[in-house]
Design a protein around this ligand. Structure first.
Ligand code: ZN
Ligand code: ZN
Ligand code: FE
Length: 743
């Protein structure tokens, strides 16, 4: 005779992670029903709290499946069960949220899910053609949240009252829209200011349309329309930066760029970043889309509005941030109308406010895996762990270019979305808003404020204005090193190869080609790139020929012959500036500026329209080259300096010998990578370090990253590179927080 146990137990389980606003309670409700368990579930300040009661085996299965079968947008970090007294009560209920200090995590905005898309495209569905359809598995989150807990009144959907049909979905635990806070339909939800068909017609007619989206306004036009793209480029004052494109689906994207399986995965993931990939020769895009670029930036639709528009438009669209030059993306309706007048022929808006403006994220694929270039919409506000917990809450103010901020407490850090270059008031205001918003949403009241060592950065000055807190200044390249270590859960020590454009050194010179030995608690400058003059300071960044002059002066010890295309008189002035060693030509070890110099020597360009342009084009030139069979140029490493003079001399010799500039550029990349790896291996060996970190904006150069990584591994060392955050200054704020947590 079988023994049937009627023994019942009761378990209270705390679920932590990103578990609110992602359909977690209905999931728990369904699961309890499947397993025949009684109890309840609720949202509170720390996440989700569950009590379940039933046979022990069923409870066991529940605790496993509650995490294993979690809904798509949920990130379950911990399930902590404890036994409590059984009550014998039957039934399972979803209880009202418990108030308290917010600690639960807000989810990132997610691309339209297949279920919602099917409804929008189904003529029989009540959401047919509705641009704002969403559910618990998709839709806006971060961009509409004004405060936590994540509930409709604390989002920009607060003003929309749900109709009876939407309310019924919202209240039904069995429905995909149960407690979907932005739930809406054509009856009760946000509306577009113009029918999608009319917008598509305007685009087909060659108009430039400012279109309100998820995190801000885009400027859109037909990607294959010569007139529209050229007009957009001219009106936007964006001389050379490529425009991002949106393609209807993978097939359409595949006509624009070459795609590997990994890249297809990136394009179709729920984050929907812009993917920078190799342009196809026959890509159907107008010349003005990406002049001179071997790559194109492509993304896939991520809202129903985009899906509808791309379907109606019948071809890929340019979808570039609605701004002029380097201002932040427009996101407030009145502001957008003002700023876009004269740029857009038509402004298309909707009445769901955007609370936090968020740019599209940008990812580049490499042989080592995806490389984050700009982390924003779709990824933010995802948190990162800190390897060493912060004893006190921290706010970190980041650097100056590609600015982000970061708040942290305990073991958790929240790096903000990309804010922009802190060069104008609008961007500074965005930084202030980001600090305020992140501190509120994640309940961080900082006792420590971290910032760059540079006294003149606007972010440093903002940080200095915070009273009643401890200030921690973090050297720029140390922050780069710390950010990479910390995202990998390491505290160091390691050998960091940090190559970027500019960072303030403790010796008050301009650093940027640094080999640092250290970890979160400190560092030593093990070696650096050969120092040269930065003639005319900021002007040397805009005019790479000046860096060519500086390097040649350094090599020749006197005034070098002028570069073709440069006014001999100005060349002469700059050469004497370098030789006279005045404050107008400070010393720099910048790796970015070395790449600029080589770009100018190779005839890529003498002046740039945006920072890093010459180096990007040099990489493009090198990528197109036939491989050079000569051994890489040597570079001596004496006295703690990595001697770039031989690299530059080799470039000069190669060009003088009549080698193709592309071949010379490729050889420079290979040589720079190999001597960097040799220097890193030597510095690591002297200190018994086994790990090498590659970071800094220069490592957005795919060729240099891949070749340096391979060469470092060839020395038997482990490589770490930034994966979750960009190697550029977008990762600095998190690095500052990781250092400040230890300070
Ligand atoms: Zn959905
Ligand atoms: Zn409705
Ligand atoms: Fe940097």
């Amino acid at each position: 005779m079988a023994v049937r146990s009627d023994h019942r137990e009761r378990v209270r389980a705390r679920v932590e992670g990103t578990v609110q606003g992602v359909g977690f309670r209905p999931h728990v409700h369904r699961l309890a029903g499947d397993l025949g368990l009684a109890g309840w579930v609720l949202n509170d300040s720390r996440g989700v709290l569950v009590e379940v009661e039933g046979p022990p085996e069923a409870l066991e299965r529940f605790l496993h499946r509650v995490a294993a079968d979690a809904p798509p947008l949920a990130v379950v970090e911990r399930v902590t069960p404890e036994l409590v007294e059984a009550t014998g009560r039957a039934g399972f209920t979803i209880r009202a949220s418990a108030p308290g200090a917010p600690e639960a995590l807000v989810a990132a905005d997610a691309a339209t899910c297949p279920d919602c898309l099917a409804e929008v495209l189904d003529p029989a569905d009540r959401r047919h053609g509705y641009p704002f359809a969403n559910c618990t598995n998709c839709g806006p989150r971060f961009t509409i949240v004004t405060a936590v807990p994540y509930d409709r009144p604390l989002t920009t959907m607060a003003a929309f009252e749900m109709c009876a049909a939407c309310r019924a979905e919202y209240d039904d635990p069995g429905d995909r829209r149960f407690h979907a806070q932005p739930n809406a339909c054509p009856e009760c939800g946000p509306r577009l200011s113009l029918p999608v068909a009319d917008v598509a017609r305007a685009l087909d007619d060659g108009l430039v349309v400012a279109l309100k989206g998820l995190g801000g306004y885009h400027l859109a036009c037909r990607a294959d329309h010569e007139g529209a793209t050229a007009a957009l480029r001219e009106r936007k004052h964006r001389e050379d930066k490529p425009f991002a494109l949106m393609a209807a689906d993978l097939d359409a994207a595949g006509e624009l760029v070459e795609l590997t399986a990994a890249e297809r995965g990136l394009l179709t993931g729920r984050e929907r970043p812009i993917l920078i990939a190799r342009r196809r020769r026959d890509a159907p895009v107008a010349a003005a889309v990406a002049p001179g670029s071997p790559d194109l930036g492509v993304m896939m639709p991520y809202t129903p509005l985009h899906h509808l528009l791309l379907t109606a438009a019948g071809g890929p669209l340019v979808m570039t941030s609605a701004n002029v030059s380097d201002e932040p993306i427009a996101y407030r309706d009145g502001d957008a109308a003002e700023r876009m007048t004269g740029i857009a022929d038509l402004i298309v808006s909707h009445d769901r406010p955007i609370h936090i403006r968020t740019d599209d994220s940008v990812v580049r694929s490499t042989a080592l895996g995806p490389l984050m270039v700009r982390r924003a919409r779709g990824y933010v506000p995802g948190s990162l762990e800190l390897p060493v917990p912060a004893r006190e809450p921290i706010t970190a103010y980041g650097a100056e270019l590609k600015s982000t901020v970061c708040v942290a407490k305990g073991t958790r850090a929240w790096p903000s979305h990309h804010i922009g270059d802190l060069e104008n008031w609008e961007t500074l205001r965005s930084l202030r808003e980001a600090v305020e918003h992140f501190e509120r949403v994640f309940a961080v009241e900082p006792r420590v404020v971290a910032h760059d060592l540079h006294p003149e950065y606007l972010s440093t000055k903002e940080a200095a204005d915070r009273d009643g807190v401890r200030h921690v200044a973090v050297q720029h390249h140390h922050a780069h090193l710390a950010a990479c270590l910390a995202e990998h859960g390491r505290a160091g020590p390691a050998l960091g190869v940090i190559y970027d454009g500019t960072g303030y050194g403790p010796d008050e010179t301009v650093w940027g080609g640094e080999l640092l030995a250290g970890g979160l608690t400190g560092f030593e400058r093990a070696a650096h790139l050969w120092p040269v003059r930065l003639p005319g300071r900021e002007r040397a960044i805009r005019e790479p020929w000046r860096m060519a002059c500086a390097w040649l002066t350094e090599i020749e010890g006197g005034e070098p012959a002028p570069l073709p295309g440069v006014d001999p008189e100005r060349w002469s002035q700059v050469a004497s500036l370098c030789l006279s060693a005045t404050a107008a030509a400070p010393v720099t070890t910048s790796a970015g500026r070395l790449c600029d110099a080589v770009a100018a020597l190779c005839g890529v360009r003498t002046e740039v329209n945006y920072e890093g342009q010459a180096a990007i084009e040099l990489e493009a030139l090198a990528t197109a080259a036939v491989p050079d069979r000569r051994a890489p140029a040597p570079a001596r490493q004496g006295d703690g300096a990595l001697d770039g003079r031989e690299l530059v001399a080799d470039v000069v010799e190669g060009l003088a010998a009549g080698h193709d500039p592309a071949t010379v550029a490729a050889r420079f990349h290979a040589s720079f990578a190999s001597c960097t790896a040799a220097a890193a291996a030597r510095a690591a060996g002297e200190r018994s370090l086994e790990t090498v970190v590659l970071s800094g904006g220069v490592f957005q150069n795919r060729l240099l990253l891949e070749q340096t990584a391979a060469a470092v591994r060839g020395h038997g060392l482990e490589i770490l590179r930034p994966e979750l955050l960009p190697p550029n200054d977008g990762g600095i704020a998190y690095g500052q927080a990781a250092v400040a947590a230890n300070a």
